[in-house]
Design a protein. Sequence first.
Length: 131
Amino acid sequence: MNEKELINQAFEAQKKSIAKYSGFKVGAALETEDGKIYHGANIENAAYSVTVCAERTAMFTALLNGERKFKRIAIVSDSSNITAPCGACRQVLNEFCEEDFEVIMANKNGDFIVKTLGELLPFGFKGEDLE
């Protein structure tokens, strides 16, 4: 699957967003090392602090399905700006992915950039840092 196809999967996931407060709908498509795709969408709550981002819903769904090896993720929104993962999502990705994990960030027009997780979260905090 190429980047555009994964971005299209993220747009499909975005349709499942529950963004009744902000109206800012985000979709994510997470690809495993063996090519499986897991969708995620943001799910808002009136108590904003418990809102969950698209990237985390995709990751948690994959993890609950037994996945542990990930290749890349595509993230989209309705914005004309490129949509990057928030800090909390970067940390979750950092927990389960390698530094060379690709993050494809797109806008509503499908324009995109690709960065590695290491570029987005240099010196990321990992479990081995607890030692």
